[in-house]
Ligand binder design. Sequence first.
Ligand SMILES: Nc1ncnc2c1ncn2[C@@H]1O[C@H](COP(=O)(O)OP(=O)(O)OP(=O)(O)O)[C@@H](O)[C@H]1O
Ligand SMILES: [Mg+2]
Length: 631
Amino acid sequence: MDILRKLTNYREEEEKLRWEGTFRDYLDLLKEKPWVAQSAHSRVYNMIKDAGVEEVDGVKKYRFFSHQLFGLEEALEKLVEEYFHPAAKRLDVRKRILLLMGPVSGGKSTLVTMLKRGLEAYSRTEQGAVFAIKGCPMHEDPLHLIPQHLRSDFYEEYGIRIEGNLSPLNMLRLEEEYGGRIEDVLVERIFFSEDKRTGIGTFSPSDPKSQDIADLTGSIDFSTIAEYGSESDPRAYRFDGELNKANRGIMEFQEMLKCDEKFLWHLLSLTQEGNFKAGRFALISADELIIAHTNETEYRSFIANKKNEALHSRIIVMPVPYNLRVTEEEKIYEKMIRESDVADIHIAPHTLKVAAMFTILTRLREPKRADIDLLKKMRLYDGMAVEGYNSQDVKELKNEYQDEGMFGIDPRYVINRISSTIIKKEMKSINALDVLLSLKEGLDQHPSITPELKEKYLNFISLARKEYDEIAKKEVQKAFVYSYEESAKTLMDNYLDNVEAFCNKVKLHDPLTGEEINPDEKLMRSIEEQIGISENAKKAFREEILIRISAYARKGKRFDYNSHDRLREAIQKKLFADLKDVVKITTSTKTPDEQQLKKINEVVARLIDDYGYNSTSANELLRYVGSLLNR
Ligand SMILES: Nc1ncnc2c1ncn2[C@@H]1O[C@H](COP(=O)(O)OP(=O)(O)OP(=O)(O)O)[C@@H](O)[C@H]1O
Ligand SMILES: [Mg+2]
């Protein structure tokens, strides 16, 4: 479908969704769909909930966020369960300003933008529909038309609680345009849109001396004062501040703590009392979620100031820390690169992973437990299986420090380094070494890195480098085998047949001659030795494996190459040991003979076809591994 067609469709959709009627019609509609009268907080919560939740390892994963925010599951769960959910239930937290606090580039703005864009889309759905008094600049809730003294009756009939008073402007319109007949007031369905300034607002502080409160609460329209005769006529007022426009939806308050106090007080009365003061009018009711963000330093200095105490107790702070998992960090980089101008560059496999390892290391504190080093901790946090440790250990590690995720390298720094490498070198392809080098060079330019910190970070870069060396070697060795998985499986099956015969004290049948033969002790030992199993321990190891197999069989599961970590490691090492010399000689020779050349081409082809390299990065990898093996 071409874009013009899509545009037409969009307009037609919008036409279909449109609804207009009198207040009387709206009341009928409410009987059918009472949820459309929900509060702004409740709408936001339902939007998040309706997108779906799954539970992974005891942590809730909200689908609403999961395609753009990575590794923040715990923070988001806290945010939803401790703010959005109770706020939707009209509990007290909704009367506080929601302040997201976290380190730079930690996804705060992204989170708020998702809520804003999400709400725009949600208001076009059946569940998220919003209705307002037609022609009202603040898209006021039609239910405000119901006079106070009838609200308990209304509650009895409809089960809907009404909060807030009719605004001065609509009060006047009710008299002048509708002769006081509430049931005739026109109501329409509205669609949130930040561009059209409907239900979504953004306020960002500028110079406090010149910034006007009108940006928040609107201002007198001098051109119409003459017409209406007085400044206190609401028709002579433009309700076009961010607080007005964001009514019914959400307002983002950027860099809240940089803002002048007088602005903050307006917000406080709005959140606390549900109304704010504009011009010379009675208080104006508004129903909106206010979400602000700030970084930790600003927040600390804000609460250190005694003057801010009253404000402080009216704010609810939710941390948005950095992600601490390598795989999730990789996804962040992938996303940021996809969205950038360098999206078409070839990034060799493992490049982003290695960069992510460095980043995560800078965000972790040294474990207190002596048996766990930083790398092990990094792996455990990432959910990798580390022999001898389980999820309880991970929990303990996480509880050791409360401030992890609040410091370290930010994702934007990494992406900046990657792009500058690409641009500077005009490269069509980059690999892990390029990126590590660039990260290292960039440390000098980073404004907030002290010499001690730099020392530490350099150390992390070399740790990440060592990890990469291992990955690179494994990759090449794998690519040297015709079909790695197949070979590993064959070797393992062979080993298991022999182990079974050994434990049951029986003989094997030679598949070719049908002859009875003894278990191949040499083969079994050559595999077991790879992981340091001694002659004395071999029997116990073999029996353990058989027990594992029968446990699998009982549960109806297949025991395969991945079912036993140590056995897999042994098989892998054995395969590599057999190959080592070939790999070493082939990759490092300056003048390959015909045979070697053929092998190299074969391996390069496999790296390209099966492992995601291109010819530049595959050749770079081979050369690098050659140099590693010859050290
Ligand atoms: N956990 C994360 N998941 C996905 N993307 C992330 C995450 N953290 C940061 N990013 C990405 O990093 C970039 C910077 O994030 P964003 O601007 O939202 O951060 P911020 O907390 O508002 O930073 P600042 O304090 O500088 O305003 C964005 O491209 C964002 O998508
Ligand atoms: Mg931001």
